[in-house]
Design a protein around this ligand. Structure first.
Ligand code: SAM
Ligand code: SF4
Ligand code: F3S
Length: 472
């Protein structure tokens, strides 16, 4: 038996996770090694790729030196993300010189953005395959084995990989991602995703529910429904239309023991129906990721976000009205084209108003081919972008600290995910608000996948520290 590892180097710091799982080497004569960068969608795609490769005689390995095929599932969201990948390719280049027959493939958003150009720029790359073309991997690998380089970056209007059962690559056996949509139809002017992932399409509801149920039957206790804009999920058949609220409800009904999360919600699309469905089911986690990007209406308009500051605030108010305890997290971009100091201050003030529990914060990185690159000048000097970003980070750090203080003394139901990396006597899990809790195992005999009540005794900026409250 060997262990398999799917590394998620998350440039956006969303969903980083490493965990080995075992696979029988005897079944496979050839092995692939995969590294994933970027968002949870990419990580989820790597599990689809693993499934396709398993079916075609390739087992996974966590050791790249043992691999016959090295795959790197890439992200293009910011320039820095691409630079990290280029550097990693340089390292693999050395391996390729040392090992005859080793194939190197670039998958994902950077493959889609650069297409065949990537083969020119990175001479030792053998395969370039976009996010909608993974079914062609086996054929392209066969061709590459004869020395022919392979490219397939065709985007599709209907590919959802709905019939492919993902191979859980870095699973803790408790939590899993389930893709519900692919692509994006929102042309946010700063964003490369509509170009790298294509048109939005919703996966068949039946296959989503079947995947979530199968996970539950295998012992998983939490699923995160994934899409760039989950609120626009819509699957229509002759007889019915399944909306995101319907899908959420169907998933929650699989079992009250299965927690349901979702990401990402779009402020323009999130509905009362979704909020009331969340409220109705205890096992739908009370946590919404609602990226605002900017707190200023003029900048939001330039970003083509299609909502105003007031609209966003009304959504925050509505969430708080329906679920006062719901945690809300967000994304920000500092220093977008033409942003003034006053407009930047509007972002700081919307943060104070919304009191986000957590945020992903970036400064604007111009991406080739996007609407913003074509229409606006990237005119905010880097040092100003960085200073504004630092101000955003400072406000958020304070808000996160203050929010965590409110957790002191609270008792939360926690789903145990794994042993704490720092101390094998401790468990690590999360509460409904997606906050990480670390607590002593004691002599209770709990295991990963169990629910346990934990009282918060101490807080740090990122983690709540607590103790098990014995069940009566
Ligand atoms: N679909 C999600 C939404 O609309 O909120 C966002 C998905 S995107 C993969 C994740 C985050 O990256 C965005 O919310 C945005 O804050 C950030 N981002 C996207 N393009 C960017 C750019 N050109 N420069 C800096 N940050 C960017
Ligand atoms: Fe990008 Fe906007 Fe789509 Fe999110 S909604 S993926 S930011 S285009
Ligand atoms: Fe990156 Fe593509 Fe996700 S650009 S953030 S991996 S959709």
């Amino acid at each position: 038996m060997i262990e398999v590892l799917n590394k998620v180097h998350d440039e956006t710091k969303q969903g980083e996770a490493f965990a080995p799982f075992a696979i029988d080497t005897n079944v496979y004569k050839k092995h692939f090694y995969i590294e994933s960068y970027g968002c949870a969608m990419n990580f989820s795609d790597s599990e689809i790729v693993a499934s396709i490769l398993n079916d075609n005689g390739f087992g996974a390995t966590k050791n790249h030196e043992e691999a016959d095929l090295i795959l790197i599932n890439t992200c293009s969201i910011r320039d820095k993300a691409e630079q990290v990948i280029r550097k990693r390719l340089t390292e693999f280049r050395i391996l390729k010189r040392e090992k005859k027959g080793l194939l190197i493939g670039v998958l994902g958003c950077m493959a889609e953005r650069l297409k065949a150009k990537l083969l020119e720029e990175e001479k030792l790359v053998d395969l370039v395959i976009g996010p909608d073309a993974y079914r062609s991997l086996p054929t392209l690998i066969e061709e590459a084995e004869t020395g022919q380089k392979g490219v397939n970056v065709l985007l599709s209007r209907d590919e959802t990989y709905g019939d492919i059962s993902p191979v859980r690559l870095n699973s803790n056996g408790v939590t899993a991602f389930v893709s519900i949509t692919r692509g994006c139809n929102n042309m946010c002017s700063f964003c490369v995703v509509p170009f790298t992932r294509g048109r939005e399409r919703s996966r068949e509801a039946k296959s989503i529910i079947a995947e979530a149920k199968d996970l539950f039957d295998k012992g998983y206790r939490e699923v995160t429904l994934l899409g760039q804009n989950v609120d626009s999920y819509k699957f229509e058949t002759e007889n019915e239309v399944v909306t995101f609220a319907n899908l959420l409800e169907l998933t929650a009904q699989i079992s009250s023991e299965l927690r349901v999360r979702f990401s990402t919600s779009h402020p323009k699309d999130i509905t009362d129906e979704v909020l009331f469905t969340m409220k109705k089911y205890d096992n739908i986690c009370k946590c919404i990721h609602l990226p605002v990007q900017s707190g200023n209406t003029r900048v939001l308009e330039l970003m083509n976000r299609t909502y105003t500051r007031e609209w966003y605030i009304s959504k925050i108010d509505r969430i708080r009205e329906i679920m006062p305890e719901c945690s809300i997290t967000s994304d920000f971009i500092a220093g977008f084209c033409t942003e003034t100091e006053e407009e930047h201050k509007d972002t700081l003030s919307i943060m104070e108003y919304s009191r986000f529990d957590y945020a992903y914060m970036y400064y604007y990185s111009e991406r080739p081919g996007t609407l913003a690159e074509r229409k606006y000048e990237d005119d905010i000097p880097e040092e100003i972008k960085k200073r504004r970003l630092q101000e955003i980070i400072d406000v958020q750090s304070r808000l996160s600290r203050e929010n965590n203080q409110h957790d002191l003394g609270q008792i939360y139901e926690v789903l145990i995910e794994a042993e704490s990396k720092k101390n094998s006597n401790d468990w690590k899990g999360r509460n409904t608000h997606n906050k990480v809790l670390v607590f002593s195992k004691g002599n209770y005999g709990y295991k990963a996948g169990d629910y346990v009540n934990v009282k918060v005794n101490r807080v740090t900026q990122g983690t709540l520290l607590g103790e098990i409250v014995p069940q009566p």
